[in-house]
Every structure is written in C-alpha cells, then in structure tokens.
Design a protein around this ligand. Sequence first.
Ligand SMILES: Nc1ncnc2c1ncn2[C@@H]1O[C@H](COP(=O)(O)OP(=O)(O)OP(=O)(O)O)[C@@H](O)[C@H]1O
Length: 537
Amino acid sequence: MDFLSQVLGYFTSGFLWDGAVLAVEITACSIVLGFILGLGVALLRMSRLTAVRAGAWFYIWLMRGTPQLLQLVFIFDALPAIGLKFDSFTTAVIAFSLSEAAFAAEIIRGGILSVNPQQGIAASSLGMGPATTLRRIVLPQALRSILPALAGNAIGMLKMTSVASVIFVSELTFRSQQIVGQTFEFFTVFTGAAMIYLVLTSVISAIQAYLEHALDPERSRGGVKGYGFLDKILPKRSVATPAKVGKSAAPAVSAADRSELVRKLLADSVKPSSTDEEPLIVCRRLWKSYGDRDVLKGIGLEVNRGEVVAVLGPSGSGKSTLLRMINHLETLDEGEITIGGRYVGYAKKDGKLVPTSGRAQARAEVGVSMVFQNFNLFANLTALENIMEAPIRVHGVPRDEAEKMARQLLATVGLSGHADHLPHHLSGGQQQRVAIARALAVKPRVMLFDEPTSALDPELVGEVLSVMRSLADAGMTMIVVTHEMNFAREVADRVVFFDEGEIVEQGRPEDVLDSPTKERTRRFLNRLGGEAEASEG
Ligand SMILES: Nc1ncnc2c1ncn2[C@@H]1O[C@H](COP(=O)(O)OP(=O)(O)OP(=O)(O)O)[C@@H](O)[C@H]1O
C-alpha cells in the first residue's frame, strides 16, 4: 500500500509533470517541423535531377546513420561556433527536427509512391499543377499509410527526448534521476515516471486514431462501424456507405435531352467560331521514341472543330502515345502540335520548340481534356468532388457555382443519385461516366478518349458510348481511340487506322471499315471481326 501511494505520489508530482510537458513540447515542435522538412526532402529525393536526388539521399543517409546523441551535442557545440546562440530547448528542437526530417522523408516518399501514378496524370490532364495535385490528390491518399509510421516516430521521439538532458534540458527522465539522486527511491520514482510516459504515448496513439479516422474517405453521415465515439466528435461528411449504393442506374435523361444539356453547358467552348476556319488540332511530323523503339514515325494529323475522329489500330501501335502527346502528358522528340493555334507546354524559340513550365495551366487555357481507359477518378474524392475539383482549383470557379455545374453534369451522364459516392463504390461504367463529366467540367474545346470502354464489362459499354454519342451530337471535337467498330461507324466523321507508329489510311468510316485500301487495315479489321464473332459465339 505504501509502495502504491508512493508511486501515485510521483505519478502526480508537479515537478515530474513539468518535465513531461517539456518533453511533449520538444516532441510536438520537432514532429511538425520534421514533417515539413521531411516533405521537402522527400520531394527532392524524387526529383528528376540527379544532383538534387543525390543531395537528398546524402542528407537522409547522414542523419539516419549517426546517433541522435551525437547530433545533439554536435549541434549544441556547432551553432555557437557559427554565431548562432540558442537556449537548450531550441537547440534540442532543431536537432530533433533535423533528425526527424530524414526519417519522415522516407516515410512520406513511401506514402507518395504507394499512390497510383495515374492519379497524378489525371490531375495533370485537368490542368492541375504539381503543387495542387500533391496537396489535394496525392498527399490525402498517401497520408493514410504515412500516419501510422509517423505516430511511431512521435512515440520514439518522446522517449528519446531524455537524451536532451546532456545539453541541460530538464525533461522527465532527467528530473526523475534528480529525485532518485536525492531520495534513492529509484523503484517508485521510475515507476511513476514510466506511468507518465505511458499516459503521454497513449495520447499520441489516440491522436493517431483520430487522424486516421478523420482522413478516412469512407467516413459517412451515419458513421462507419468500429470508430465509436470518434464519429461523435468529428465533423460530419456526406459519403455513401457501400450498403447504400445501388446497382448501375440507367441514364435518367434521354439522349436528345442530354445533348441539349451538354450543348448548353459547353456553349462557350464548342460554339463554332466564324472567324477561325483553321483546324482545331494540328499535328505535324510527330516523332517519338522510347529507347531504340520508334513509337510514332512522322505523324501528321489535322482535326477540325466539331469533328469526331476514331483512331483504330493494333495494340502497341502508338495510339495512346499520340493522345498523351496532344495534351503534353508526354514530350515530343520532333514535330509540333497546336490546339487552336497554340502550343501546349512548348514555346517556339529561334525556330525550335522548347518545353515550358506551367504546362498544366497551358492545358487548361487551350481547353483540352482527357478520359482514360482506367477512369482514374480521384480515389479520395466523391463523384461530385471529382467533378468540382478542377473548376475550383484551376479555373477559380466559386464553390457554389462549381457544385451547381457538377450536379448538372452528373444529371447529364445519368448519375444524379450518385453524387456522394466514392469511386470504388461505383461500377466501371458509372466511374467512366463520372470521368467524362469531370473532363467536361473544365469546359474543354477538345476531348481525348483513350479506349474509354476497354476496361468495362460488355453490358456497361453501352451507357458510356451513349454519353459519348451525345457529346458528338452537341458538337464537341473528339479524338477517340477505340476498338468499338459500331461506335466508329455511327458516330465518327473520320476513321484513322494506325499501325507501327504510322497512319496507314484514313477516311470516312464506311470507306475505311468496309472497303479498306491497304492490306494492313484489311488484316486488322478481319482479325477484329473474327474476335468479335468468337466472343459472340
Ligand atoms: N513510358 C513508356 N516507356 C517506354 N515505352 C513505352 C512507354 N509508353 C508506351 N511505350 C511503348 O510504346 C508503344 C506504343 O504504346 P501505346 O500505349 O501508345 O500503344 P497503343 O497503340 O495505345 O496500345 P494499346 O492499344 O495496347 O493501348 C508500346 O510498345 C509501349 O510499350
């Protein structure tokens, strides 16, 4: 009993708790500063420039490879030598932050690498710059895997603050040793101190649980089972739980109404301009190689305003590469591309094209949007938020206005009832329709579709094609890489057949598809026809 009351006495000792507060202050400051610095180091570590990458790697190697105690005393002695005089507390925070930055950098880098790179490509295609993409799309997704490791670091650091006693920081362990030095009651004093540490580390674990839950995109108005009281204290967010998600609803508006809606929404972007008769997209002598392989070999292609061009060709012939180059998701080796007379991501200097910075902004300004084979919806945002993101972040549209337009677009693609659903709670067809609505939200003049139905089950293909038909009816300029022969026949104004990085033949759909003039086209169409028959059989 005597032992317990003594332990309790030390556990509640103001002297020890003052030391604990100091340890918490050092930890909190160092974790925050270390995270900010670590984020910078992680980004440098992923730089394209070898020297920058090497510098970041060296810093991490140095800080992780040397003892914390050594770093602390080194900085304590080194700072005054270069004329910087700080108190012990500040010195400890600087030393712990610098060390934490090295560990945090690798944790953050791991988190960023765990996010599907296609998320960044989709953001970029909507005109979002690298900083916006990192802040809004990549980090929120990465944070969920970063958090547990960072919390582990915070707990480790709280305990490591005891080494700060060497530079005369009077924290918890230092104070308990002082008491033991006077009373020799090491058992009860250290037990009381250990209990204080346990309370503090438990608080860190609780903060970790809170943040993990706050960052959970599944968190719904009704709460997700398993978090108990946290749901009561967190701000509510409206997201559908899996149970509430119904099956793919048929588009609620008729095709004609939909074309009309699209026409209205895009009035500014698709309105034919009487003053400009030039083709909207002009590609001249495009060359692209990956290593020794020439993927595009001198492509020339012009697309007029309001024209729908279907690009057909065998796998690996360079169709997707061409689309990615048109909106500069990929760099050109030779040749040039203009959209509405402008280069995207390039400027002409002394007759040569040189890549420019701010290409995301350029993409937004010329009005080119892309829809991907694998949808690439932002996994941390609901369907509605996916559509609102680029208008708000890139084009500065006020939130209310962006939401109104996003809801109209969702209605246009027949998904009004799915506004609050996260992408993985939608079928493939629904995801692709949201992706089309998202691409339309930036009011593009040109839509690029990269095999938009290839990843879909056959029964979901129709709903996506029907939305694309409405866009074509509304006068949207479109380049569609597709294997859907019927779509190409019925909707496209022109079919371009691609093989081995070259345009083999092009013309009206009925000419190219029914009476191809080139042997390569005939072979491809026969093979495609055979595959279609086999899958029907
Ligand atoms: N980033 C890259 N690095 C190296 N090779 C690449 C890269 N992107 C594409 N390729 C290669 O370039 C060639 C053309 O690819 P691309 O995706 O443009 O073909 P595709 O006609 O769209 O094929 P699919 O219909 O299968 O998508 C392929 O051989 C591919 O492996």
